[in-house]
Design a protein around this ligand. Sequence first.
Ligand code: AMP
Ligand code: MG
Length: 355
Amino acid sequence: MRQKGEPKGKRKLGRGAVIPAVLALAAVLCYDAFLRTVTVTESGFAMDAVVTVTVKGNKKDAEAAAKEALEAIQSLEKDELSRFLESATVYQANANPGTAVPVSADLNWLLENGIDLQQKTGNAFDITLGAVSDLWDFNGESPQVPDAKAIQALLEQDRSLHIEDDCLTVAAAGALDLGAVGKGMACDVAEFPRSGSNAVREAVVSVGGSVLLWGSRDNFKVGIRNPFGALTEQMGILTTSACCVSTSGGYERFFEQDGVRYHHILDGRTGYPVQNGLASVTILTRSGAMSDALSTACFVLGYEDSLPLLIEYKADAVFIYEDGGVRVVACSLRPLSFVITDEAFHSMDSGLLGA
Ligand code: AMP
Ligand code: MG
């Protein structure tokens, strides 16, 4: 019976009830500790870029998922995409022109979609510019403008890719270059358990200019780099839901000769660096590989010619011009806002096209 002054609901526990109550409390605390959400980050290096994998979940599963994602990205480079590591399929295909080299299902998909985009852009985007890029030698000690005839000769040679029975044949030595899609593809191979006992809640993967936003939130924030500033300088912030975000810009790799800046994104139709007034293009789509492919393709094509592609791939885009102008194009149904945070930039017209 409740005594006077004793709070309602309070019961005196008999001795026999204390031990089970303590055990129950301990069980609840253990369960809570097990389920407690933490954020873990795993960092490494792949594809000439810093890779950061951040995962939110219970400690054990988040750590395992982050580690696995980083390993998958590093394997993608080592086993499949690298032009420089002998262990990679792309290296082997380039080193043995005319010979069929086995490819994985993922690489097959990537090649077919790359070739498809190449056709849709009339070769402005071209995954067989490897030898032409080598002529420019953007990564070398003393890069310089190559001989025009040498560029033309490489462009005119048979650079076709042939895929049959899960094998790839490259017609010209050194032609295949998946540099325009690799970092985005890396975001696609970073898989996270969505359900089951080892499910994680959220993840963000960053591989150079490509970022994967994974989880059910609709307010992920991604800073867009100031194309005229230092590596860490941002000019605006995108807020959106789960997708992949890739940025292409001439600032990534370049050299100057006689007062002219030459950067690493070539127009596949001419073999020369693109000069169309754009400083960078950012693309948002579901697929990492396609966000990366489209960021390069749209950078080469320019705003007007990119619009049909953005509609077809249900992609959103941010175009930044060399004079600081910014155009946002939304062609998906995902929530999207973009705020310019640097007053050196100004908004131009923005449009909502189809869905
Ligand atoms: P991204 O930074 O994704 O735009 O990719 C740039 C890289 O793609 C370059 O470093 C080259 O390896 C390769 N690349 C350059 N120009 C093109 C092009 N027109 N089409 C496809 N790949 C290209
Ligand atoms: Mg790209």
